[in-house]
Design a protein around this ligand. Sequence first.
Ligand SMILES: Cc1ncc(COP(=O)(O)O)c(C=O)c1O
Length: 393
Amino acid sequence: MDKFFQTMGGDPRNFNKLDLYKLPSPCFVIDKRALIDNLLTLNHLKSKTGVKILVALKAFSTPYFGPLISEYLDGCCSSGLYETKLAKKYFKGEISTFSPAYKKDDIKEIVNLSDHIVFNSTNQLNDFYNIAIKFNNEIGLRINPLYSEINNDKYNAACINSRLGMHLNDLYNIDINKLNGIHFHTLCEQNFTPLENTWNKIKNDIIPLCKKLNWLNLGGGHHITRDDYEVDKLETFLKQLADQTSCQIYIEPGEAVVLDTGILVGEIIDSFKPSNELAPNIAITDISAVSHMPDVIEAPYRPALLNEPKDGYRVMLGGPSCLAGDIIGEYNFKYTPKVGERIAILDQAHYTMVKTSFFNGVKIPSVAIWDSDNDNLEIIKRFTYEDFENKLS
Ligand SMILES: Cc1ncc(COP(=O)(O)O)c(C=O)c1O
């Protein structure tokens, strides 16, 4: 296994037309046009197959886009009280909540706002069944199909030691009459075939249960808006699945909704080369891997850089924090990067803005909405020193 995973995103779309110097730095920029294009792809899938699509707020939950996303999709997939509240306030449609475990203190508010509540264990199903029914929630159970084609264990929810989902063998002590749906999630940035393979692994166990169920939720990780995604095969599969099970089929993608719709713009603050010939060219930027793009370190992966030449000076880009590992990656530059020069990291809409932190007092990037159709630019959020202080006091 490679130390660094190759990112599956990184299509610049229209971002090479954006004047990076018009923005505050650092700054996340979402291209509304690109987002609409992704939403159109997903909406088309809905109309061809009858599948319901919920946006996974864990990946992207910018309230500004709630109304727009709600025009094209069916609602939200949330992971607990705060996301469920956000879904209700800014998005329209259904809310399906799944948490690995609900706290007693939160459950009433969650079921009051949700349409589907998905449990992860028999204990939780038994503890909260009555309150969920009282608030008219449809009850789901997450299963672990024990099948996935993911090499990185950090993103593999379907391995034997996963804490997410019940093993099929353990369903014997569940009263199936209590359930309206089954949920599973085994994919991560994947094309169609791993979904089909997952279903083939579990279908003999699940189809008999479907007589009593209203829906099946196939989780997220479907990279539907990627150029090479086999949408035709997915369409055929979804239609057959609905026929075979007589269930409403749901999917809840996060990444696919905003894939390649956002960049993180930053600035070179310093650039130098230690005299030791073994040491790399180094550039310090106001983008921090640890505070702004933690998946770069967590996965780890090397994000794509806008307009990176094939050859040139190799430069190691790193953040302004004190963490030695606050490294974005090594990139080619046409010439040694200059102080004040702007750069843009591609495909930074998902699992970034939702994960930023004020670690080390590093400034959180502003948020800008750009429309590549007409070059309109709007800065919708700037963080201040007071935001940092208030978080700690
Ligand atoms: C249960 C569940 N649903 C949906 C998603 C969204 O996945 P993605 O953003 O990869 O589409 C995830 C991601 O971890 C998840 O765990």
